[in-house]
Design a protein around this ligand. Structure first.
Ligand SMILES: NC(=O)c1ccc[n+]([C@@H]2O[C@H](COP(=O)([O-])OP(=O)(O)OC[C@H]3O[C@@H](n4cnc5c(N)ncnc54)[C@H](O)[C@@H]3O)[C@@H](O)[C@H]2O)c1
Length: 248
């Protein structure tokens, strides 16, 4: 049986590990060919996509570097054809509050987490317009609504990404492109485990209606839905996939 995304090409930034890797795997399972842009090698993701029989392309790219991302878009077009789905997932997390964060750290968080989605969306815009059913899916965070003070640049950048999602949805609907976000709670990835204590994981679970730690697959399924024709009439939304943490 053909998958929901058969015949589509999906670009996932930050797809070498963590949530991005799981999104790449899941979109491939649904039938999409996959391109990954990451500062780290994507060999593991390549092997996971190979198991699905879909085509794969990756390059070492910093999403905050305009020339690099424009070059990447051209190479994806050459290798896999025009992109239909863009998942802006790459991000950095900086554990520092207003008393400790330096201006350089603030700006470097925004460079990856906000400039990155802007530059990548712009680089792939011609593809998404051509697609006729283009999708932009931004990976944001429920921490925007439940902000831990020790992550001032991260939470602020996710707020900017929510705004970007909203304005892009308004502007691109005329081209048949939907733009949505998926806001996750605290997801068990290596980066989250490095930056958050186990007691913070436990506290987050206590705050959720669903009493378990969120896993990358809890995010990738929502992304696959938003990428599919099933979500053709949904745009400008942030789907809060947080186990009910913001609804208690
Ligand atoms: N893990 C969580 O608890 C959690 C919760 C809510 C939202 N999120 C969001 O989910 C996304 C993925 O998070 P994760 O936990 O899997 O992170 P991660 O650190 O495991 O993965 C991020 C990936 O982005 C890549 N990357 C970093 N800077 C880059 C750059 N400049 N250019 C290209 N690639 C770059 C990294 O190499 C890595 O492969 C992020 O947007 C994050 O903010 C994560």
């Amino acid at each position: 049986m053909a998958g929901r995304l058969t015949g589509r090409t999906a670009v996932v930034t930050g797809g070498s590990t963590g949530i991005g890797q799981e999104i790449a795997r899941r979109l491939a399972v649904e039938g999409a060919d996959i391109a990954v842009a990451d500062i780290d090698p994507a060999d593991e993701t390549r092997d996971l996509v190979a198991e699905t029989g879909r085509r794969f392309f990756s390059d070492k790219v910093d999403v905050s570097d305009e020339d690099a991302i424009v070059g990447f878009a051209a190479r994806v077009r050459r290798e896999l054809g025009t992109a239909d789905i863009l998942v802006n997932n790459a991000a950095v997390v900086l554990p520092a509050g207003i008393d400790h964060v330096t201006f350089d750290e603030w700006r470097s968080t925004f460079a990856v987490n906000v400039d990155g989605p802007f530059l990548t969306s712009r680089a792939f815009l011609p593809d998404l317009k051509e697609s006729g059913s283009g999708r932009v899916i931004n990976i944001t965070s429920a921490s925007y609504w439940t902000p831990p003070p020790a992550f001032v640049s991260y939470v602020s950048a996710k707020g900017a990404l929510n705004g970007f999602t909203s304005v892009l949805a308004t502007g691109l609907a005329v081209h048949g492109i939907t733009v949505n976000g998926v806001a996750a709670s605290l997801v068990r990835t290596a980066t989250a485990s490095e930056n958050m204590s186990e007691s913070f994981f436990e506290q987050t679970v206590r705050m959720q209606n669903i009493k378990r730690v969120q896993m990358p697959a809890d995010v990738s399924g929502v992304v696959a839905f938003l990428a599919s024709d099933d979500a053709a009439f949904i745009t400008g939304q942030i789907v809060v996939a947080d186990g009910g943490g913001t609804r208690r």
